[in-house]
Ligand binder design. Sequence first.
Ligand SMILES: [Ca+2]
Ligand SMILES: [Zn+2]
Length: 440
Amino acid sequence: MGVCKKLSLVAISLILFKVLSCSEPLLEVYGNLEEPLFLVSGNLSKQLEMKSEMNFDEAIIAGNDETAVRIRKDAFHKINLIYDENGFHSKADSLPEVCNIKNIAHICFSSPYKEKTLFHLQETSEIARVSPFEYFLADYEKIGESRKNGYRAVKLKKKKQSEIFNLVSDNLILVLEDGQEILVDKSGFYQHFRFEGSFFSWKSLPIAAVWENYPEEGMKDLFTDIRDTKSPLLIILIDSLGWKFLQYLKSNEPELFLSKTDFAPLRAVYPPDTENNLLAFSTGIKSDKSHAELFPQKDFPDQSGLIITDDKMGFSSSFRIIRSNDENADGHADDEIYLTALDNLTHHDFIFVHLHSIDGTGYKFGAYSNERIVQAKEVDKYVESLVANWKGEILLFSDHGMHTEFGKGVHYRADEDDMVAVYCWLKKSDPDKQSSGSTE
Ligand SMILES: [Ca+2]
Ligand SMILES: [Zn+2]
């Protein structure tokens, strides 16, 4: 029995040894990747084809000796990766000599489609967006270019030290991928900022944006403001009315009520969509969406509140919810929501009205389309009328903005279009405040 056990132990360790020693060496890939990617020895192009969703247009193959080569997609199939005791090498006989890199440190790919971009925002503008590929490339300078058999290769050499983010202010907000905002100073940022190959991190937390001179008010600050408001309050959420679109609206339609209203920029919560921002606005926290409750009773114990929205809004609330549908089938429910709101203005001390159609029209026609301007003119009438008929305080705000991709409006990333929302307080009880709210 003892001998048997010993033998089987030897057998197991032999198998283990074999498995471990045969496990293929892997080369970790950098770049615009959704998920970690590893290469093994063999033809580069064939390996990428097997990862069907990979659509790279360029690559940098960087050696440990600080040289690198930048090649285009058409050359991928001429490159073979070879592994030996010194590591990975590239062998490419039909390409320019510089494509043969000894001891590869990294291969970094660029993709025209998949962006894990880090956005650099200042105030309400985006001053840079950096993809992992661009960040990787920024460490190198071009020292030559060569051709062979119609293939082009750019020879690169590593620079001393490059600083891609030139921060101008001492304090900034880091917008994390998980939606948190972290306030850091400049040195604290540089100390803990890392390039992770396919994304950027601060203290190992993935970051979506670096925001300098950020708008003072964030979505969660608005929550505190509305919770502490004791007078009757009308809130109108104009879905998707971003700061940039508002400026565009002002220049196209300066006479609109929205154009004349003195909005301030507002930091949306990342990712900039309605769910996240509605929760941050109405609860002050990033709630667990499955158990989320808008305007929870513990924060709003005294209000008899009313929420007027469309039939798609999935959250519950201790406030009464009226859902209006597009009964006249004109493509949106904002006209019905407006009429419902108008009917109910006098019966409640807290009303939340959610107008959706600027968002919906943007999805179909693009963020800066003429159709969206036309829809904004329609929404403008509803907002102006509700404001005129309410006695008490009023908060107008948006949940996020929108940008255009392939002709359609979308909002999901930490750029200047999507992340900068708007808000404005109008105090009907205070004539001075009201007039300051409609200048410009
Ligand atoms: Ca309708
Ligand atoms: Zn939307």
